[in-house]
Design a protein around this ligand. Structure first.
Ligand code: SF4
Length: 372
């Protein structure tokens, strides 16, 4: 999502005559489009801002901006503790960036963080970082409030884009030679809720599948509680939808899933995967796992290891838990020691590597469709 936002920002600024430069030292404007999902990402931004303080002193006309989720989350801190920062812009306000940069008074700090409905806007110089594969937002925000997650707090509540806008964007991409789109949303399965013209995610997939010249459709992310037979049927029956599902499990322990407010049990997840594999036997599967969530005991971790062996995803993104205030779990004691988190993280990564390798080996000698 941040990649796509950066493309949109680049496009808006290109319309105003700005150009991307290769070297940071040549830039008159430096914008950090930030992520708050983990502490590590935020630490890297503050580290970079500190490095830029000296240059800003020598060159007061240099414009520095912090955009995205960290801007939304730490708006006051950024303005107070980082005097080198000129603009702070939340994810719902990215369309304000050209106007904020056009303000000539460089001593004024400018803030745009109204965490409200994000407007749509057609950008003529729509920049894309790829040439055949593109991200397309279909919705913004999230209503799920998983207890560890900062997203609903910084990206706001769920809002779907109208189908017509999405289809027009994709048709425009196909005209420019793009072959593959990845439809983006925090929870794509709830696409369409709140729109005046009712539509489900499966119906959107059908409409995208009908676009002539488009070759492949991917999407991310699905929530296990909402991924159902209709979605699996779309993966099976729509020829352009890739046979892949990213379905974040997060933990194999029902106790931890409950504390995470994920609203499903491991058995529910397993049953859904069994149904999907029955319908689409060669489906590729990937997941997200958080280890070291508050109160995670050895038996909870073992349940996650077991899940990894049982489901045998093709790949998994495995992260160590870090509290993200004001997300609810940040009020729980972060009681799994760092070295235990590290050990469990490494153990799980090694297990996944072994599983991925075994799965890849089964494909040797097979015939596969690829996009070059
Ligand atoms: S579904 Fe849960 S983890 Fe995903 S963005 Fe929403 S709150 Fe965060």
């Amino acid at each position: 999502m941040n990649n796509r936002d950066s493309e949109l920002i680049g496009g808006m600024l290109a319309e105003k005559g700005y150009e991307i430069v290769e070297e940071e030292k040549d830039a008159d404007v430096i914008l950090f489009n930030t992520c708050s999902v983990r502490q590590h990402a935020e630490d890297r931004v503050t580290g970079n801002l500190r490095k830029l303080a000296a240059r800003k002193k020598k060159d007061p006309d240099l414009r520095i901006g912090v955009l995205g989720c960290m801007a939304q989350r730490h708006q006051d801190l950024l303005l107070k503790e980082f005097p080198q920062v000129d603009i702070v812009v939340g994810p719902s306000n990215i369309y304000d960036i050209p106007d904020l940069l056009a303000k000539t008074d460089t001593t004024e700090k400018l803030l745009a963080v109204n965490n409200k409905k994000r407007p749509g806007k057609k950008i003529e110089a729509d920049q894309r970082s790829g040439v055949f594969s593109a991200f397309v937002n279909i919705m913004y925000g999230c209503n799920n409030f998983c207890s560890y997650c900062i997203v609903p707090h910084v990206r706001g509540r769920e809002v779907s884009r109208p189908k017509k806008n999405i289809l027009n964007e994709i048709k425009g991409l196909v005209d420019r030679g793009f072959k593959e789109v990845t439809l983006l949303g925090q929870n794509v399965n709830s696409y369409g809720k709140g729109l005046t013209n009712k539509i489900t995610f499966q119906e959107l997939l059908e409409a995208v599948n009908d676009i002539e010249g488009l070759r492949r459709i991917r999407f991310t992310t699905s929530h296990p509680k909402d991924a159902r037979k209709g979605l699996f049927r779309a993966i099976k029956e729509l020829p352009k939808v890739c046979e892949h599902l990213h379905l974040p499990l997060q933990s194999g322990s029902d106790k931890i899933l409950d504390l995470m407010n994920r609203k499903y049990k491991y058995e529910d997840y397993k049953e859904k995967i069994a149904l999907l594999r029955e319908m689409v036997p060669d489906v590729g599967l990937s997941t997200d796992i958080i280890i070291g969530f508050p109160s995670e005991k050895e038996r909870d971790f073992e349940a996650t290891e077991r899940a990894m062996e049982e489901i045998a995803w093709n790949s998994a993104f495995i992260f160590k838990y870090s509290p993200r205030p004001p997300a609810v779990s940040s009020f729980l004691k972060d009681d799994v020691p760092e070295e235990v988190k590290k050990e469990r993280n490494t153990g799980l990564l090694n297990l996944q590597k072994r599983i991925s390798l075994a799965k890849n080996k089964t494909m040797i000698g097979s015939e596969q469709e690829v996009l070059v």
